[in-house]
Write a protein that binds this ligand. Structure first.
Ligand code: ADP
Length: 263
């Protein structure tokens, strides 16, 4: 893969072909390295729950038969780790799917406002302690040509984060507007926020501000990567603003009639 053609710069077809070949090889090597890194990171993330599971199973094996307290505790802890593993695998599959599957297959005209209302309702039912407010501008009759399940997935990731990383002031606001053929949707919370130094890495796969805390909450560090990939597939952008201890606002923007990316 590291082989390259020596380019003799004399402007003829052969030298352009040699350049093209080298560019393609660089791209290939790049994506190969990224893939390798991804497999390494994923393996590392899967190892932690497997190691913990192994520990609990050894305890069970040694003392579980005679000690009901060990039996109970280790079973509960093992089940928790298995659920965590299942969550990571599920999110890895989702990420791979949105990275490789052309979105064209599943596009349908989707009225935006009802989708937003429904999604908020789904989260509201599960989070009775939180107050959700929706503010919309110029949204009546806005139709998007999208896969509605994917937009819903992005919104659920962002709403779930807003809930997970909020301890006290449990107000969450969703704002959506349509301007100049661009739709923007933002979700704002008043939770723990993100330190400035972490913000540039926040969309990286498996990146978590506080690994231990996020593990407790049930985070995998893949949610925002999935959200970003989906929004990118619709030629959109995702942006995050945050202040530690004050709150976070995530905004997604995409064109009304996206010119879709072919994978
Ligand atoms: P996770 O599954 O860990 O929530 P994400 O990719 O969705 O993974 O988010 C990455 C990290 O960004 C989280 O672990 C958390 O530290 C931080 N984060 C994301 N959303 C918020 C938010 N609304 N408030 C505070 N921190 C957040």
């Amino acid at each position: 893969l590291r082989e390259r053609v020596v380019v003799v710069e004399n402007g003829d077809e052969l030298s352009s072909l040699a350049k093209l070949f080298n560019d393609l090889m660089n791209q290939l090597e790049n994506s190969f390295m990224k893939q390798k890194q991804f497999v390494e990171d994923a393996s590392h993330e899967l190892r932690t729950p497997i190691t913990i599971l192994e520990g609990h199973l050894s305890l069970l094996n040694r003392w579980g038969k005679n000690d009901p307290a060990v039996l109970q505790e280790s079973l509960v802890a093992s089940l928790q780790e298995v659920r965590r593993l299942k969550g990571i695998v599920q999110e890895l599959l989702t990420l791979t799917k949105v990275e490789t599957q052309p979105v064209q297959d599943v596009l349908e005209p989707t009225p935006l406002e009802p989708l937003l209302v429904q999604t908020i309702k789904r989260v509201e039912i599960l989070q009775p302690d939180f107050t959700f407010t929706m503010k919309t501008a110029n949204l009546a009759d806005v139709m998007l040509t999208i896969n509605p399940l994917q937009l819903e997935q992005v919104l659920l990731i962002l709403l779930d984060n807003a809930v997970k990383y909020t301890v006290e002031d449990k107000r969450i606001t969703l704002e959506a507007r349509h301007e100049n053929h661009v739709v923007s949707i933002s979700i704002a919370d008043h939770g723990m926020g993100i330190p400035e130094a972490d913000l540039p890495h926040i969309f990286d796969r498996f990146y978590r501000v506080d690994k231990a805390r996020s593990r407790e909450i049930g985070g995998t560090g893949l949610g925002l990567s999935i959200a970003k990939q989906i929004v990118n597939n619709y030629q959109g952008e995702i942006q995050i603003e945050s202040q530690e201890d004050r709150g976070t606002k995530v905004t997604i923007r995409f064109p009304l009639a996206p010119c879709l990316r072919l994978h």
